[in-house]
Ligand binder design. Sequence first.
Ligand SMILES: Cc1cc2nc3c(=O)[nH]c(=O)nc-3n(C[C@H](O)[C@H](O)[C@H](O)COP(=O)(O)O)c2cc1C
Ligand code: SF4
Length: 486
Amino acid sequence: MTTDHHRLLPPIPYATLADYLADNGGVALLEARSVEPDVLIDVVEASGLRGRGGAGFPTGLKWRTVAKFESDLLAANVVVNAAEGEPGTVKDRTLLQLNPYAVLEGALIAARAVRANDITIATKASFTDTIRRLHSAIDEIRAAGWLDDPDGTVSIAVVEGPDRYLFGEETAMLEVLDGRQPMPRVAPPYRHGSVEVVTDQVAPASGHDSFEGAADVVMAGTGAGHEAPPTLANNVETLANVPGIIALGPQWFRQIGTADSPGTVLATVTGDVHHPGVCEIPLGLPLEELVALAGGPVRGTRLVGVLGGVSNTFLTDLSTPISYEAMRDAGSGLGSVSFRFVSEEMDPLALAAGVSRFLAVESCGQCTPCKLDGLEIAHALDRLCRNRGTATDVTTVSVRLGTVAEGARCGLGRQHETVVGSILDAFPEAMDQHLRHERAATEPTVIAATAYIDDEGERVDQSIVTAEPAWSGLQTGPANPPAATA
Ligand SMILES: Cc1cc2nc3c(=O)[nH]c(=O)nc-3n(C[C@H](O)[C@H](O)[C@H](O)COP(=O)(O)O)c2cc1C
Ligand code: SF4
C-alpha cells in the first residue's frame, strides 16, 4: 500500500543517519536547543498534534501538564511507548524500521520540553528486528552528539518488556519499567511516573525482585518516602511528528488533515482487502478510500464493516472519515488507526468470540468484573459459535456485557463492553442463528497481537488460542500491587 504522503514514512527507508540528515533531519533538534523549553510546548500545542497511541490526547497539553508537575527533587523522564500490542497494528514497528531517527529526534525534543534527562524506549523483547534497528540508530545519534543537550547529557535506553497487551497501557508500562508485571495503576504518569530510570540496556521482561513495591512510592516533592517523578509517556508515532512541527511550524503541520485532526496518520489495514499493510494517509480520508488504496475487497465480496483494533465500536458506515471527530460522531474512535475490514463471508459471532477471548485472557484481574465476567462472555460466545450453546449462554452474554466494565481501572474492561457489544448490535440475529444451527459451526476468529503483515495477509500470535487466562500462573507475580496513589 502506498500513498503520496511521506511526512513520517520516507519513500526510500533511511538506512543511515546521513540519509536522514540529507533530508533536513536534525534541523528541529538544533532549533529546539536554541529556545526555552516552554516555547516548544507552545509550538506543539499550536500544531494541534494528538497522541497516536490510542486515546488521541492533545500532545501539547500533555507536555504542559508534565512540565507543571516538575519536582525539585527528581527530574521528569520520557517514556516512548513502542509496545504496539493492539491486534491489527504494526505501524510503530514499520516506522521504527524505516525512520527511527524521527522518533529519536522527537523524543529528544520532548525531553527538552519537559526538562527530562532520561529517555526510555519501551518495546517488546519479541520485537527483535525493531530492537536491533533502534540500537544501531541510537549508536549513530550518540556518535553525532545528539545526546549532548546544552543543559546536560541525555541518556537513552531500550527496555524489552513482555508480550502482554497491557504492557502498552501507559501506567502498566511504568510498572514494568519499575520491575513488576504490567498491571495498570490508578495514578496517571504525570502524577506518578517511573521510579527506576533505566540508564543501561536492561531487559526486565519478566519482572525482578530488587525494587520496592509501587505502593510504597509517592509523588516527588512530598518528602514521604521513595519519590516518583512525573513521566511523559508518548507513542512512537506521536513523537515522530514533532521534528516536522518544530522545524516547519504548526501551520505547516495543519496543511494536511482537518481542523480538529491535523496531520497525517499511519493506518494499518488488515482483513478482507487485497493489499493489507501500513500506509501514511491524511487525516479525514474516508474509510472507503482507504479500502481502495488497499486494492478493494477480496474475491469480489462486499464489505459489511470495520473493526478498529479491539478498542473501538464496530462501524458499518464506510463513508465515515478517518478523523477523531468523525469517528466520535459515529459513536466510535480512532484508536491506533488499525482497521480490520470484514466482508459478508465473515461470521460475526466468531469475530465477537475472538475479541472477547483476547480481552478476557489479557485482563489482569485487578477488577473482578473485567476478568470474571469477561471470561464468562468469552466462554459463552465460544460455545455459541461452535453451535454448542444454549439460551442461557445468550442471556449470559447480554447480562455480563452490562457488568464487565464495572469499576474498571483501565480502558480494557470498557473495550470488552463496547467492542463485543457493538459487533452483536450490528448483527442482532447472529447469536440466535447459531442457537438454531442456521449457521455452520465455527471456531472463534483468532484475534491477537499482529506479528507481521505480508502479501498473504496478517500473521498473528497464535498462542492466544491455548493461553492460560489466569495471570496467577505467571512465575513472577508482583510482590506488591500496583500503586493506587490517586
Ligand atoms: C489496554 C491498553 C493497551 C494499550 N496499548 C498501547 C500500545 O501498545 N501502544 C501505545 O502507544 N499506546 C497504547 N495504549 C495507550 C497508552 O495507555 C497511552 O495512552 C499512550 O501511550 C499515550 O501516548 P500518546 O499520547 O502519544 O498517544 C494502550 C491503552 C490501553 C488501555
Ligand atoms: S480493567 Fe481489566 S485489565 Fe484494566 S486494570 Fe482492571 S482488571 Fe486489569
